[in-house]
Each structure stands twice: as structure tokens, then as C-alpha cells.
Design a protein around this ligand. Sequence first.
Ligand SMILES: [Zn+2]
Ligand SMILES: [Zn+2]
Length: 263
Amino acid sequence: MYKENFHSHTKYCDGKNTPEEMVSSAIEKGFTALGFSGHAYIDAFDCGWCMSEEGSLQYINEINNIKNKYKDKINIYCGTELDYFCGKLPGEYEYTIGSVHYLNEGDEYPAVDSSLKEQQEAADRYFGSSLIEYAVKYFELAGGVCEKFNADIIGHFDIVAKFNEADCAFDTKDRRYKKAWQDAVDRLIPYNKPFEINTGAIARGVRLTPYPAIDIAEYIHERGGFFILTSDCHDAGKLDFFFDDALQMYSKYNIVKFSEIIK
Ligand SMILES: [Zn+2]
Ligand SMILES: [Zn+2]
């Protein structure tokens, strides 16, 4: 059984619940550890769903308080989910998730994970209408989250396929797509950091399968990479959403507990 989650959002960013509500749910589910990973402040542009500068400091303060309050029941960690375009952060965190939620073209930061429409508009504008070329650009950034931040966890590695269930928007067998994610994996592997098996989009009803796709997981595994399981939780009731199914689906691969490797 996998009784922990290190990818959790609260009202400090775009989650539904307070940190304390998340902790209660975790305890109810028999979790032994819970890591908070509020969306880190971005100074380059207003992302709308990230923590503010002041909110980041309040968040750190509150998580550290409840860490103490519940220390006999559960181990709580104060982390943050970085975006590729984060600059210097207000405050200190115990761990970071390295994620890409935006591309950058000129002064524009088109969002990767908000809708297929927004992806297609950016593809039309910057990539000759090709979602494959759009994805290639995404993986150039995603391959850099350890180089750039030395992130402790590699977040939702192929989120660019969020709206592409069963290849409905683009062909994931396209050799350019495959080369892009393989190159990104090759850049990340030397850092020896876990890739997420992330069930968040299933909880939100957008996908039927976790990130990363099985062929990507297989490649990561062949290269000596390993995984942690997370729910990218935005709703306290869904902290362990799809965990049992995901453990079965990815049972061939090395899935570890982040609580056992966090320093
Ligand atoms: Zn994310
Ligand atoms: Zn997240």
C-alpha cells in the first residue's frame, strides 16, 4: 500500500481545501506522510493560480505550524511545485517538484495544461499549427527542470498530452514526439531524481491514465530511472485517487516512497 502523497495543493494556490482539511483526510486514509507542494510564485508574469509573494510566506508558516501540531500522527513536509519560469522564491522549502506549465514565445507564456484550445492556438501562432512541434518545444523545457532547479521530483513529465487521451489530438507515435521525450528523459536521468506517476488528471476527469504514458515509463525504467506515486491533489477527498490501479499498471517499474528518500 502506498500511504503518502507529496504533490498536494491547497487554497493558498488552486486547491479546494485548507492545509488542515488535507491533513485530516490524510490521517483518515491512514497516511504516514503528506507533502504540500503549493504552486510557487512566478515573478515573470501573473499566473493567476500560483501563490503570491506574501501568500507563499503565510503558506510556509501555516504548514510549519500544522507539521508541529500533528507530528505524533503524520509526517508533514513543506514543499513547492516550481514552474520552469519561476525566479527567486520568497521563503525556503523542504523539497521541490520541477514542472512545466507554460511555453515562452517572445513576451507570451501560453499555458500547456489549461485546454486543448489554448494549446492549438499557440501551435497555430508559433509552430505552423503543429501540436507535435509544440510538444517538442514543451519537452525541451521539461528536460531542463533538474538542470535549472535541481528539482527533487520530476513533475507530470508528459502533461503536454493532457488533452490527448487515445491520441485524439496528435500522434504520440510520431518520431519527432518520441525523440523529444527521449532526449528529455536522457537529460534528466543523470540527476537520479524520481519521476512522478501522477494521477491528477484522472481525478479531474480529463484523462483515463496517469502521466507518464507507459512507453515513456518503460524507457525511463530501461535507463535506470525510478518513480514516486502522486495524486497532484486539489481536493482532500482524492489524496490517493487511482493509487491502487496505478500501482498495478506500473508494477514492473521501480516505485519508491518519497518519504524514504527526502533528506
Ligand atoms: Zn503542475
Ligand atoms: Zn500540481
